[in-house]
Design a protein around this ligand. Sequence first.
Ligand code: BEZ
Ligand code: FE
Length: 306
Amino acid sequence: MQSAFTTAQSSSPYFDEARSAEVVNARMSENADARLRQVMSVLVKHLHAAIKEIEPTHEEWFAAIRFLTETGQMCTDWRQEYILLSDILGVSMLVDAINHRRPSGATPNTILGPFYIANAPEYRNGSNICLDGKGEPMVVEGRVTDINGKPIPDAKLEVWQTNDDGFYDVQQKGIQPESNLRGVFTSDAEGRYWFKSVKPRHYPIPSDGPVGKLLGAMGRHPNRAAHLHFIVTAPGYEAVITHIFTPDCPYLPEDAVFGVKRELIAEFNKIDDPQAAQRVGLSSPFWSVVWDFTLAASDKPMRAIT
Ligand code: BEZ
Ligand code: FE
């Protein structure tokens, strides 16, 4: 039988190892915002469980604090080291998956990444977004439709990718032409779009900071599988933030930020035919990619991509 003393002790406000999370969570006000109460109590519960399982030494705990401090210190207007940390831990992809459960057949989302720029130059279909002339020429074409195959005209397709040296234009200001390998296209009356560019290649995520050091310490490389980024939007449809991946990249199964989905691996066909190359205005050989985007209907207002 429990004595009055042990009952009182089990709701004690004083810290003890066994009840640590409970003691901390009991301090939260009933009047705190309900969602904040839920978030903080779950975080405290799991954080305390992790600490109990790990049993860190003081030195290890200070190393963790130092890592978080350095991660914050690495952040600037251009560099968000915490997002990079979330990316390499698979958390960015998980949050995205939870928030974008789509009907089967709809194009899935993947990671946005830090190199998206709103208001990139608008181009007519057929234009070439490669302004530095480096890389293997490529034509990308396809249709934007709804999940029943109905064409979506006037959809906006924003595309961006690295150059053949593995850098985005914004990482090499003054080296690459401004807005190199990024642009905005609009689907035509049949939902078709087409543009010229160069075959993307794999490249490392920024790895000169604490996140790169952590990757190295874990025996992981920083490489992303070769891809083109897209954001496809049309009124009445859920915006799709996605990629297409090349099928021959060795990093497909080990993308540093877990961005690869099987449904996003495209076919890249090498066309070694000078007449076909002339017809599309490229040198031979060139790569041909046919890729359709399937949008899910949505009654939610479109929100700005940040
Ligand atoms: C990118 O694909 O551009 C990217 C994604 C996550 C982290 C860094 C870069
Ligand atoms: Fe990228």
